[in-house]
Design a protein around this ligand. Structure first.
Ligand code: NAI
Length: 302
């Protein structure tokens, strides 16, 4: 049996929810009684242009099925506009429990051909945009003693993908931001997690064949994100979701090898590379302090 997750009375801001994955999150949360701020700049895939109609259409859909929602066309990189969105949210709905940082664009190019404008724009929307939105709700959630924040990372950020140095760096940056914010928010019951989706949307339709796109139905991502929005959400985890499979991605460190001073040379490291990189006893490290403790232990037991 599965107990229903309870979202009653909650309020969510979802960025980039005028289409694709964000729209599906908005529809599902609204169905569960969450009041939703549907944010979307309404531009093209590469981040040019804007239009309020994408967000408004999703709001109409939600209202038509009896849910509560408002549209907002703030650019997530525009701090004043994002602060105004948060003020509007408090005005209309009175609180903010959930922030899903989902807005994103693509400007793929091999690094040899990537100009800084393409690097900067992608990092700006994904990484800086998420920082702007998170900062705008952070103290509200702290005072409330409750919050759920989702960062949208990507297999590209975790594992790398040809032609996506800009996007991958931004997506890995979101994971880094989660690691620290999850620590800082924990005592206020703010949980920060990442979703790493793979799904057929306008972002991927040019990159994959029809058969693969069909397997990667975006509807499969929604339950993972809604789980991360709930009371049952873990903290500081990366939930990978694609085609109905859900898994946890984690950074691990090998046990390592404490070298005597005489062997602390590049040659010594080369000679011991097999042991240094041996994954047999690899483990995740909970935070920097635990990492330091591990080093001290290795020294004293060497
Ligand atoms: P999408 O292009 O349908 O959705 C992104 C939305 O963000 C668009 O509606 C767009 O208008 C909006 N947006 C872009 N820049 C914005 C800005 N500055 N301010 C506000 N809104 C803005 O694509 P999809 O696939 O739904 O992407 C959602 C998120 O999931 C993105 O962060 C994407 O990088 C991520 N993702 C998607 C994967 C996939 O396989 N579809 C894989 C891994 C990550």
């Amino acid at each position: 049996t599965q107990d229903a997750l309870n979202f009653s009375g909650q309020v969510a801001i979802i960025t980039g929810a005028g289409g694709g994955l964000g729209r599906l999150y908005a529809l599902d949360l609204a169905k569960r009684g969450v009041s939703v701020v549907v944010n979307d700049l309404g531009g093209s895939l590469d981040g040019s242009g804007s239009s309020a109609t994408a967000a408004e259409a999703v709001v109409e859909e939600i209202k038509a099925s009896g849910g509560k929602a408002i549209a907002n066309a703030a650019d997530v990189t525009d701090e004043a506009a994002v602060n105004a969105m948060v003020a509007q949210t408090l005005d209309v709905f009175g609180r903010i429990d959930i922030l899903i940082n989902n807005a994103g664009i693509l400007r793929d190019k091999s690094f040899a051909k990537m100009e800084m404008v393409n690097w900067n724009k992608v990092v700006d929307v994904h990484l800086n945009g998420a920082a702007v939105c998170t900062r705008a709700v952070w103290n509200i959630m702290k005072e409330q003693g409750n919050g759920r924040i989702i960062m949208t990372t990507s297999p590209s950020g975790l594992y790398g993908n040809f032609g996506q140095a800009n996007y991958g760096a931004a997506k890995a940056g979101l994971w880094g931001m989660m690691n620290t914010l999850g620590l800082e928010g924990a005592k206020s019951n703010i949980h920060v997690n990442c979703i790493a989706p793979s799904a057929g949307t306008r972002m991927t339709e040019e990159l994959m064949d029809a058969g693969t796109l069909k397997l990667l139905a975006p509807e499969n991502i929604t339950p993972a994100v809604v789980f991360l929005c709930s009371d049952a959400a873990p903290n500081r985890k990366v939930l990978v979701a694609a085609a109905g499979t859900y898994s946890l991605a984690e950074m691990v460190e090998t046990k390592g090898l404490h070298l005597p001073e005489s062997e602390r040379t590049p040659e010594g490291i080369a000679a011991h590379w097999g042991q240094i990189s041996d994954r047999a006893e690899a483990e995740p490290i909970a935070n920097v302090m635990e990492g330091v403790a591990k080093l001290v232990k290795a020294m004293t037991s060497a």
